[in-house]
Ligand binder design. Structure first.
Ligand code: FMN
Ligand code: SF4
Length: 601
């Protein structure tokens, strides 16, 4: 153990013990909590606890993933059970403070769950449907620690992996350990992380970069931002280990602007690392030095593509570069670079601390470890779950997610974001596995799982996804720039009941051109949603051919809404939307590119 880590660990354990010697109230004020009113709940708690005279610690934490239960308040009083209260409104705060924080007796009628304790009449957190199958690695500290307290992170095993790597492993052994763990990138392509690192480690340059990708513009995905707002240290530790393993000198965390909690908390955590000798020159007293910073970028989905991200960091328009050269040879500022997703790097500390064999013991043979799925749409328990690969979709959606809140039948899942696909309800017994999902035409991508019940129109959702892809196309190459516009125009015809006999074939021809001719994954994968929808729900498209009238549809209540001025009557499949398809003719202002909606014939 390095002397610096030994000292930090001793301080951390002292602080952890002190924290548990008085009441500790944790409020989740991340993205989901704030949206549900957690900041008001927090203010009321602060006020009431101050009035009560109790000497308690109040911490803001990130989401636990149980987003449907936000605002979530977590109360620990020494000698008693730790109790969670869900959906805490301001007018419930006084009761909780008076009876539990001050009086040490849990408020049973408001309690949601206990943590590591049995109390008659209150379920244990691990027995909640949404928690039952979870194995938490990247989310191990979610809701447990103050995201910007380095000592709380260390008290729960943090930086032990980095210390082990620096103290007892050669860089190439670290690369091999990550390779042996079977860790595959969680940003979409599922490429072997250890193999990718070996490309950079083989480059002799003395300035090399580790880029951490938190663009996360996919509708339906919110797990990268959640990691940064709940536990930025796990990403930072993973990034430093990647730097040590590959001989890199700098790390940049790249976050879409406007997401204040992930940005502020990551910056604060980096600052704490510098203050404690974990970043900067001579990391933990060794001869390895590593610098880290946060870089912001504007709103552009394509900026998440690895070479577009480099352009954005350099202050240019986020348009993908031609490859080769590949990033490990010519990356940001022309220097060798490695890019990983936030989730990917967040697994690394535990892989190094507990060993590759531990990680491969979780999940399936080809998809090791866990997946973090974002559940949204027609689902009772919306939020984040971290589950081992190998569970079935049914276990995730029906058992953990609780199915449709109104008991309607499930029709399909939309997976993998706007470049992903559909999985019909009949295939719910499919196991969660990178390769199985790709084979089914529904890649796991960045983890978005949008659940759609029997009232949802496949044609309409497909059009919505393609509208997103068209609007986000950076316009650099014409197969994508024109292809997405043409697909959208054709899908408009289907939605309007005006599609012609050869329109399906035309879409397939456009899609093939996009796939083979586009410069980056955006265009190459942009036909996926259409192909997958047609594969499973072809009859719905055929029913929209000319002469069948406009599309019968219920309003889509999900994270993507592109219709403006839609007139909706009721919420049954017989409702009719007279839509104003605004996206079709709007220029892609975000990218400064004007799309031509040429007539397709
Ligand atoms: C259009 C487009 C958008 C992308 N957006 C993201 C993103 O937001 N986050 C991400 O990690 N990867 C994104 N990727 C994938 C990255 O190019 C890259 O493969 C990934 O960051 C590598 O990390 P990994 O190996 O850890 O998965 C995107 C790819 C494309 C084609
Ligand atoms: S495929 Fe699309 S997003 Fe990618 S470079 Fe071409 S136009 Fe831009």
């Amino acid at each position: 153990m390095t002397a610096v880590f030994e000292r930090l660990l001793a301080q951390a354990m002292d602080q952890w013990a002190e924290l548990h010697s008085r009441p500790w109230v944790r409020v989740s004020t991340g993205l989901m909590g704030s949206a549900a009113g957690a900041n008001d709940t927090l203010s009321a708690l602060r006020h009431d606890i101050e009035q009560s005279g109790v000497k308690a610690t109040i911490s803001e934490v990130g989401t636990t993933g149980l987003c449907y239960a936000e605002p979530l308040v977590d109360v620990f009083v020494p000698g008693g059970p730790r109790v969670l209260y869900s959906n805490v409104a301001v007018d419930q705060v006084h009761e909780i403070v008076t009876r539990h924080v001050q009086g040490s007796v849990p408020v049973k009628e408001l309690a949601f769950a206990t943590v590591d304790a049995d109390v008659v009449g209150i379920p244990r957190r691990e027995d909640l449907p949404m928690m039952r199958n979870q194995v938490r690695i990247a989310l191990r500290n979610a809701g447990e620690i103050d995201p910007i307290s380095i000592h709380q992170y260390i008290a729960r095993g943090g930086f032990a992996g980095l210390d082990k790597a620096l103290d007892s492993m050669e860089p190439k052994e670290v690369v091999q350990e990550v390779r042996d763990s079977g860790l595959r990138g969680r940003g979409g392509a599922a490429f072997s992380t250890g193999t990718k690192w070996s490309f950079l480690s083989g480059n002799p340059s003395d300035t090399k970069y580790i880029l951490c990708n938190c663009e996360e513009g996919d509708p339906g995905a919110f797990n990268d931002k959640t990691i940064l707002e709940t536990d930025p240290f796990t990403l930072i530790e993973g990034c430093i280990i990647a730097g040590y393993a590959t001989g890199a000198s700098n790390g940049i965390v790249f976050i879409r602007h406007g997401h204040d909690a992930p940005i502020d908390r990551t910056r604060a955590a980096i600052k704490a690392c510098y203050a404690n000798g974990v970043l900067g020159s001579c990391v933990m007293g060794t001869d390895f030095s590593f610098e880290m910073e946060v870089s912001l970028v504007g709103e552009s989905y394509v900026a998440g593509e690895e070479t577009a991200l480099m352009e954005a960091i350099e202050g240019k328009r986020s348009m993908p570069r031609f490859r080769p050269p590949f990033p490990a040879a010519y990356g940001v500022w022309g220097k060798p670079s490695n890019i990983n997703n936030i989730k990917t790097l967040s697994y690394v500390p535990e892989i190094i601390r507990r060993g590759a064999a531990w990680f491969t013991s979780i999940g399936t043979e080809k998809s090791a470890g866990t997946a973090i799925a974002c559940l949204s749409g027609d689902i009772r328990y919306a939020g984040l779950v971290e589950v081992p690969f190998g569970l079935t979709m049914r276990q995730i959606v029906e058992e953990m997610g609780g199915g449709d809140p109104n008991g309607k039948a499930l029709k399909f899942l939309q997976t993998g974001g706007p470049l992903g696909g559909l999985l019909p309800a009949d295939d719910l017994d499919m196991v969660l596995d990178f390769d199985a999902m790709v084979a089914a035409g529904a890649m796991f991508g960045s983890g978005g799982l949008i659940v759609c019940n029997e009232t949802r129109s496949v044609v309409d959702l497909t059009r919505t996804l393609v509208a997103f892809d068209q609007m986000e196309s950076c316009g650099k190459c014409f197969p994508c720039r024109l292809g997405t516009s043409h697909l959208l125009e054709l899908l408009d015809r289907f939605c309007d009941g005006q599609a012609r006999e050869n329109d399906l074939e035309l879409m397939a021809r456009v899609g093939v051109n996009m796939r083979v001719g586009s410069l980056c994954g955006h265009g190459q994968l942009g036909y996926n949603p259409v192909e997958s929808a047609f594969k499973y729900f072809g009859d719905e498209f055929r029913a929209q051919m000319s002469g069948h009238g406009p599309i019968p549809i219920a309003p889509f209540v999900g994270p993507i809404v592109t219709r403006r001025g839609a007139q909706i009557e009721g919420d049954t499949p017989t409702s009719v939307v007279k839509a104003d398809f605004v996206v079709k003719l709007e220029p892609a202002v975000a990218n400064g590119v004007s799309h031509q909606n040429e007539e397709v014939s």
